[in-house]
Design a binder for this molecule. Structure first.
Ligand code: ZN
Length: 269
């Protein structure tokens, strides 16, 4: 099932209709073919259809979830650790991106003037569906998952190196494109991830090449911080990271989920 958050568009009203009608508020929807069916909530049990629906062309897709936190995993593919001359970690290396950095499909990534090198990092992201805390190694993670989506862990590489920390480099507004949908029936074992710039392939990876599995990362994180419904856990980027330029269009595609496409623009100040 493809879950989305949609903003119904306010179309020009036919002359016979009330022209004062307001656009409906953003809502969760299940996408089927070319139709978005509103549901009362994203989580299991709340996915009751309200009866309202729109043609896909009459909604804008927003970031599919509003998390309390975005937990990211650094260096989870051997070839990416190697390209940045980093050792392969012995245990997960995590950092947080602020929820304020999230943007949806189609929204521009804004390059801050303070950085001379802003990189894309296409990643597979798990979305939590049930509160989870202190999972043991034997615990199954599947019951706590809502599904998977695409994430672009945009990074000011020069600031990351200068700071020796990730918070500033990965925390700018617009540095966390997310979407376009959450796939709730996802075949992680055979999933692939690809990042293109202006249609040209720059990154390609297989979920099976991760150093730490999604389950291992989620169990490990849950022993540090409680994961709430809607929280996002990104799983690291494969090799091929590179800089974004104003005017580029960057697209992160996960097989079976969809393509997350964002233009790139300069930020004025
Ligand atoms: Zn990353």
């Amino acid at each position: 099932m493809k879950l989305a958050r949609v903003q119904p568009l306010l179309l020009p009203a036919p002359a016979s209709r009330d022209e004062s009608r307001a656009a409906p508020a953003p809502c969760f929807a299940v996408l089927e073919g070319a139709t978005a069916w509103e549901v009362s909530g994203p989580f299991e049990g709340a996915r009751t259809r309200t009866g309202r629906s729109w043609p896909l062309a009459e909604v804008r897709l927003l970031a599919p979830i509003v998390p309390t936190k975005v937990v990211c995993q650094g260096r989870n593919y051997v070839d990416h650790a190697a390209e940045l001359n980093n050792p392969v970690p012995k245990e997960p290396l995590i950092f947080l991106k602020p929820p304020s950095s999230i943007i949806g499909p189609g929204e521009p990534i804004l390059l801050p003037p303070i950085s001379r090198r802003v990189d894309f990092e296409g990643e597979i992201a798990a979305v939590i569906g049930r509160t989870c805390s202190r999972l043991a190694d034997a615990d199954s993670v599947a019951p706590f998952l809502l599904g998977y989506t695409c994430l672009n862990d945009v990074t000011a590489r020069d600031l990351q190196k200068a700071d020796g920390r990730f918070t500033r480099a990965k925390g700018f507004d617009t540095f966390c494109p997310l979407g376009p949908v959450i796939e709730t029936e996802f075949d992680l074992a055979h999933a692939t991830i690809e990042t293109t710039i202006n249609g040209e392939r720059r990154q390609f990876g297989r979920a099976s090449d991760m150093i730490f599995s999604v389950d291992a990362i989620i169990r490990w994180v849950s022993r540090i911080m409680t994961l709430e419904p809607g929280d996002v856990v990104a799983t690291g980027t494969p090799a091929g990271v590179g800089p974004l330029q104003p005017g580029d269009v960057v697209e992160v595609t996960i097989s079976g989920v969809g393509a997350l496409r964002n233009p790139v623009a300069p930020r004025e100040s």
